[in-house]
Design a protein around this ligand. Structure first.
Ligand SMILES: [Zn+2]
Length: 435
């Protein structure tokens, strides 16, 4: 039964007798003075988790199915796989800067070291991991690429498939249609890592700084469980937080890339004071600034308008429809059933203006785009979110005069830090180009 290699499933005690000795079983919950969950790593008091039967359950990872003190976690270690031939079909070419990062990451892996690729948004991170992916697969290894965002997984999947056409890559996320099957190459959301145990020789985690990953202890626990004991990580980030850099500096090779593929600098945000942006949809007078900026940006590009909440987005969307052809304007949020469709339509140029929440903050690439953030001082826009959103602009193709506008009515640390970081990356890029 190959399908269980590296997988972790939950079984009640009475079913364990059906298993042969190739399976390992662990109690799902360890009970001492407290309760410790072996699936999510949470430790909690007995009082909060006692069932009427006097058993206990874990309330923290219940969304993956309930586990109780009667449950066992069953897994099966994968036997070593021989080296094999891998069809690799990528026609692109790395820039010298990408080449260097790609080689270093491979070298780190060969020398038993983890890597962090610290690269500006739009620098072609995926292409830089192809080398190490290929090496790992050729040597019989198993790889997963995990991202906190479904959209990123969906966008990554066809690209990986094209480069490794014979691998039968598995795409896994919360409500994906595809059932689990064994595959040497898996693309999944980080939440899916809770279902793996000692599975991967190489675990690539995209946007290591992103919500909901950052600071999530349960996910860190799952991520550690999913890796084989001898396995290695590659973290990808455009904006690694300081505490992460401090934790990994001894054990990771840190590879920086301040240059985008086309070598143009990052677009520096323009800060524009917008008194009462929170209520601007209430009157035409308050809308004036937004409408005139939109008209000006639309001369060169389509526009993404980021909003801090769905409620606000819908109000603003309805108001803006009074000024433009409604058929050319869309709005999309995480709750939207037609989300994929709408994103695709924007990609094809079907909308001139698309209102969105932070769901389009990263991973998604549109050509010919400018960006507006309504209320960049809102607390939902962290430094890393602001950098990511600004990074949506001018990602590929010819230069299109894409612009980034931050509307705000209060200076915040996040705004300051985001602008500083973008300028710093640009300075570094300039040095690299001159070197
Ligand atoms: Zn748990």
């Amino acid at each position: 039964m190959e399908t269980l290699y590296g997988r972790q499933i939950v079984m009640p005690k009475e079913e364990l007798v059906t298993l042969d000795d190739t399976y390992q079983t662990r109690r799902a919950l360890i009970i001492d003075s407290n309760v410790t969950c072996q699936r999510c790593g949470s430790r909690f008091s007995k009082e909060v988790a006692r069932l009427p039967t006097q058993d206990y359950y874990c309330p923290y990872c219940i969304k993956f199915g309930r586990i109780t003190s009667q449950s066992y976690l069953v897994s099966q270690e994968e036997k070593e796989r021989p080296a094999r031939f891998i069809t690799f079909n990528w026609q692109g070419k790395l820039t010298p800067a990408q080449q260097k990062v790609s080689q270093n990451v491979l070298l780190n892996f060969q020398q038993n070291k983890h890597s962090l690729i610290w690269a500006v948004t739009g620098s072609g991170k995926t292409e830089m991991i192809f080398n190490v992916l290929l090496y790992c697969l050729q040597n019989g290894g198993r790889v997963a690429i995990a991202s906190p965002r479904i959209d990123v997984c969906r966008e990554l999947y066809p690209r990986i498939n094209e480069a490794f056409p014979k691998e039968q890559t598995l795409l896994l996320y919360g409500d994906s249609n595809e059932a689990y099957r064994y595959s040497a190459l898996t693309i999944c959301t980080t939440h899916q890592l809770f279902h793996f145990y000692h599975a991967f020789d190489l675990l690539i985690i995209d946007e290591i700084d992103a919500f909901p990953y950052a600071g999530d202890k349960m996910l860190t626990f799952a991520q550690q469980n999913a890796l084989k004991k001898s396995g290695k990580y590659i973290y990808l980030s455009a904006t690694p937080p300081r505490h992460l850099l401090n934790t990994i500096k001894e054990t990771f090779g840190i590879e920086r890339l301040p240059l985008r593929f086309h070598k143009r600098p990052l677009v520096v945000p323009q800060l524009i004071w917008y008194e009462k942006w929170q209520y601007c949809y209430q009157s035409n007078w308050k809308m004036k600034k937004l409408i005139s900026c939109l008209k000006s940006l639309l001369q060169d590009n389509n526009v993404l308008v980021f909003c801090p909440s769905i409620f606000y987005m819908q109000k603003l969307y309805a108001k803006v429809c009074e000024y433009f052809y409604p058929s050319e304007i869309g709005c999309v949020s995480a709750q939207d059933k037609k989300r994929e469709e709408k994103v695709q339509r924007m990609r094809e140029g079907g909308y001139r203006i698309l209102f969105c929440t932070t769901i389009l903050e990263r991973g998604v690439t549109f050509e010919q785009i400018s960006v507006i953030i309504m209320g960049a001082n809102h607390k939902i826009f962290s430094k890393s979110a602001l950098v990511q959103i600004a990074g949506r602009v001018d990602r590929k193709g010819e230069y299109q005069h894409g612009q980034v506008l931050f509307f705000y009515n209060q200076q915040t640390q996040a705004i300051r830090q985001a602008c500083d970081e973008i300028k710093k990356m640009n300075r570094l890029a300039k040095e690299w180009l001159l070197a």
